[in-house]
Design a protein around this ligand. Structure first.
Ligand code: ATP
Length: 293
């Protein structure tokens, strides 16, 4: 599943209605940030200096009225905490995370950031606080530099390099014929899944949001790439409230808290040791994964 691209039908519709000729990425950025698919309430406010306290209070949601996916979910995440959502495919891990940036509206209950109902926050301001990292990152045909700068269009060259370094992209960039100015995409250098993910991490260092959503790759990456990404993500998540849709045992083990989701809702939560000791769903999942690795 893909949290960022799910509302693509809507985004496409908006893109179609935009005048042609505006630089592709800028247009996309404007749409992501200001797309009026949900109108702000008149009293909606801007967020400043967000600590990153997140609460789900009795949240219920379904994509169709006839089929509830989330039923009365409650969850609170402390500022700076990293939580990992685990559980079977289709349990609703991605759905939970996509309600936070308001890709979809809750049906019942509410979600708060620093105590404020997210429906009382200007959508653009809310989304500015949330960074999303995933493998199927949106890249446009342009240079590496432009693709990284998409995280912050006002970034300086030095800041872009710093972000690239922190995302372990420096070596790759230096090995390319035109360095930062190398064109990527259809008409340029093709990046691997792991490289794209690192590029997405570099953007996030520039965007510098207090809240992160990490949608981990389900596909296998080679061990070295995996280690680079884990290291960059660990650095990125320091001091940020981080929700991980987790597939990798290392991420799960390192999370401050693991939330086990199944079709009934939140089944278990605790850290790795606690959940293994509890001998429930997580300990069985862990055993299976362990035997396969
Ligand atoms: P995975 O580990 O496979 O990513 P998940 O736990 O993240 O799964 P979700 O992607 O949140 O699960 O899906 C939860 C349920 O919602 C599934 O039954 C799925 O089929 C359904 N669903 C997801 N997205 C949509 C959508 N856009 N429209 C309708 N149903 C959807």
């Amino acid at each position: 599943s893909n949290i960022f691209f799910r509302p693509i039908e809507k985004i496409n519709a908006v893109i179609e209605s935009y005048p042609k000729g505006i630089a592709g990425f800028k247009r996309y950025l404007e749409i992501i940030d200001t797309e009026p698919e949900i109108a702000d309430r008149k009293e909606a406010v801007e967020l400043h200096e967000v600590k990153g306290d997140i609460r789900f209070e009795n949240v219920s949601f379904g994509y169709e009225p006839s089929r509830r996916i989330l039923n009365q979910i409650s969850l609170s995440v402390r500022p700076g905490e990293t939580i990992a959502f685990v559980g079977p495919s289709g349990a609703g891990k991605t759905t939970i995370c996509s309600l936070l940036p308001r890709f979809y509206e809750v049906e019942e209950g509410r979600i708060t950031v620093d105590g404020m109902d997210i429906r009382d926050i200007k959508l653009q301001s809310l989304r500015k606080q949330i960074g999303i990292v995933q493998q199927d990152v949106f890249l446009f045909s342009g240079t590496i530099k432009e693709n990284i700068a998409y995280g912050d269009l006002t970034a300086t060259e030095d800041q872009i390099w710093e972000a690239a370094r922190r995302a372990s992209l420096e070596e790759l960039i230096l090995s390319l014929p035109d360095g930062m100015d190398t064109i990527i995409g259809e008409r340029g250098v093709k990046l691997s899944g792991g490289q794209k993910q690192r590029l997405s991490i570099a953007r996030m260092f520039l965007k510098n949001p207090p809240i992160l959503i990490l949608d981990e790759a389900t596909s296998a990456l080679d061990t070295e790439t995996e280690a680079l990404i884990q290291q960059s993500l660990a650095e990125l998540s320091v001091g940020r409230t981080t929700l991980v849709i987790a597939h990798r045992l290392t991420t799960i083990k390192n999370a401050d808290r693991i939330i086990v989701v199944n079709t009934e809702g939140i089944a278990e939560q605790g850290n790795h040791e606690e959940l293994v000791a509890a001998g429930g769903i997580y300990s069985r999942l862990h055993q299976v994964q362990h035997n396969h690795s």
